[in-house]
Design a protein around this ligand. Structure first.
Ligand code: B12
Length: 210
């Protein structure tokens, strides 16, 4: 097994100690930072993603794998310019006002990041104003909103209306998700898309962020 394959395997197994060690060894041996990312760290998440989709891996395992990938990323990132990292686009993600649930949001963020998006996670209980400010500051291709409570779903419409009123919708797609949501609800509030899980969220962003 090549060192890149070994690194991918540590990511797949969620072994962040191993991922850190092999990443360091690859850096010391002079391997290209982008090759470490693409052929090792992201390659590991590429094994995870279809298994998660097929129900062969579960949320805690995916989170461990994503954390192992992030551990390696932290070591490699200082060696490259941000501009050199190929990115499919910028996605801002947050849980809407009044809602503190973040497990699903974090999972979506990790899967998007491992799928090549630059993800800016603005946290939980995010006010309408904070979403608008973040959209102005980072100029993202996509904004993703998460809600797990039926009582906080309404904040999604308020946020979409505010983004529209601020004239920010031209080059911006808005996607929503969370257990109580549906495609129908997304349509009703004027979102550009809905995804039921993290893998579907990645596919949706790939379609929308062009
Ligand atoms: C864990 C949990 C908590 C934890 C949250 C910890 C954390 N850091 O997130 C704690 C204990 C803090 C909590 C608190 C509360 N909770 Co709670 N909680 C849950 C629980 C059990 C699991 C949620 C979860 O993490 N699921 C796992 C993740 C991976 O799935 P997910 O969130 O659905 O995310 C996936 C998709 O939805 C999608 N997705 C998610 N976000 C996004 C975003 C985008 C853009 C996209 C595209 C996709 C996407 O992709 C994700 C990954 O596949 C649910 C029950 C349930 N089965 O949903 C109740 C539940 C959501 N909670 C509930 C309630 C009532 C509460 C409380 C009000 C309880 C209380 N009385 O205090 C508080 C509210 C606090 C607040 N203000 O937010 C109710 C909501 C009922 C309702 N109809 O609104 C539920 C449904 C439980 C129930 N059956 O009563 N909760």
């Amino acid at each position: 097994m090549s060192d890149f394959n070994k690194l991918a395997d540590t990511v797949f197994r969620g072994d962040f100690g191993g991922a850190a060690q092999i990443t360091k060894e690859l850096i010391d041996s002079g391997a290209e930072p982008l090759a470490i990312i693409n052929q090792g760290l992201i390659a590991g998440m590429d094994i995870v993603a279809p298994k998660f989709k097929a129900g062969e891996m579960f949320v805690p395992e995916v989170m461990m794998a994503a954390r192992a990938m992030a551990t390696g990323m932290e070591l490699v990132k200082p060696l490259i310019n941000d501009v050199d990292i190929p990115s499919k686009g910028t996605v801002i993600i947050g849980t809407v006002a009044g809602d503190l649930h973040d497990i699903g949001k974090n999972l979506v963020a990790m899967i998007l990041e491992s799928g090549g998006f630059k993800v800016i996670d603005i946290g939980v209980d995010v006010s309408v104003e904070k979403f608008v400010e973040a959209a102005k500051q980072y100029n993202p291709q996509v904004i993703g909103m998460s809600a797990l409570l039926t009582t906080t779903m309404v904040a999604m419409k308020d946020t979409i209306d505010a983004l529209t009123e601020a004239g920010l919708r031209k080059n911006l797609k808005i996607i929503v998700g969370g257990a109580p949501l549906s495609q129908e609800f997304a349509g009703q509030i004027g979102a550009d898309g809905y995804a039921a899980d993290a893998m579907a969220a990645k596919e949706l962003c790939e379609k929308l962020a062009v």
